[in-house]
Write a protein that binds this ligand. Structure first.
Ligand code: PMP
Length: 295
């Protein structure tokens, strides 16, 4: 933050800032992976995350002038400081309003936090449908990745916990599928990978773009189109996709059990893990290496 590294206990955000008072901030979640042999560490789709951060900031009128190289340099600096062998990292770059009110004289800071994660593939989960709806573009645009946008997801998770669901699927004002609280929804029907477009009320997901590129590589048909509620109940395969979530198999949607076999998801998951561990390359999917200190 403020252009340099800060110890956790010394990091301060002004209490009277618009970032704190009105949730005037936008953020990204970026995942970094160790190469399969532990020789390198790289951030997945960093440029795409930078570009989405810029778009979110512009839509919320938060000045953000850093170039991609400055942004990537700041991420690298934090990775170098926190990286430990055999644990991956999740970074949260945030552009937060530290001065100015109601959009006047706004000053921002780029604050990046991170934590380490075990190198594990996600386990299958059961999901429910939330009674909370994703807001429309005229209410709270889903394409702005702002903490304000996560209030509905928070309510959905609280609701889901009562029924034993760790993730909930939110629908839009038309009752169609929007997204989960921290990931996009992807189904497979008749061999086709199908996911709702952002105009249905989901984030412009970078993992979905990666899935699209992997589908092209694996010659699996990929389609963005509105998805109805009942389609998820009769899907051949269902999974959630996001940077932190990665590719999470869904075993059951409320009382509907999905088929036990999920060959398309298995092929995509194997490809995803091979790509992030640098075992194979897929056209268009980029990993940005971070220099690591000698042990
Ligand atoms: N929707 C929501 C609400 C999310 O928080 C995320 C995770 N960032 C996603 C979708 C997936 O987006 P991405 O693949 O870019 O991480």
């Amino acid at each position: 933050m403020q252009g340099g590294l800060a110890a956790w206990d010394d990091a301060q955000i002004p209490l009277y800032s618009e970032g704190f008072l009105r949730s005037a901030s936008v953020f990204e979640g970026v995942k970094g992976y160790w190469r399969h042999d532990g020789s390198e560490f790289a951030l997945l789709a960093l440029q795409a995350h930078y570009e989405r951060l810029c778009r979110s900031a512009r839509l919320l009128h938060l000045p953000f002038e850093h170039s991609f190289d400055e942004f990537a340099g700041a991420c690298s600096e934090l990775v170098e400081a926190l990286l430990v062998p055999e644990r991956d990292l999740w970074l949260r770059p945030t552009v937060i309003a530290t001065e100015g009110h109601w959009g006047l004289d706004t000053v921002t800071d780029l604050v990046i936090t991170a934590y380490t994660l075990a190198q594990e593939r996600p386990e299958p989960i059961d999901v429910g449908f939330s009674s909370w709806q994703r807001a429309s573009d005229l209410v709270l645009p889903a394409r702005i990745k702002s903490p304000a946008n996560y209030q509905t997801g928070r309510l959905a998770r609280i609701e889901g916990r009562r029924f034993g669901y760790s993730e909930m699927i939110m629908r839009n004002g038309y009752g169609r599928i929007a997204e989960a609280t921290g990931a996009c929804v992807v189904m497979v029907r008749d061999g086709q990978v199908i996911t709702p477009p952002p105009s249905e009320g989901c984030l412009e997901s970078i993992t979905i773009d990666v899935i699209e590129l992997m589908c092209a590589e694996l010659e699996i048909p990929f389609l963005r189109r509105p998805v109805e509620y009942t389609e998820l109940q009769i899907a051949d395969e269902l999974f959630l996709a996001g940077t932190l979530a990665e590719l999470v198999p869904v075993r059951r949607v409320e009382s509907f059990a999905l088929p036990e076999e999920s060959p398309v998801l298995a092929a995509l998951s194997d490809c995803f893990w091979d790509v992030v561990r640098d075992v194979r390359q897929v056209d268009g999917v980029r990993l940005t290496s971070v220099p690591i200190k000698p042990a």
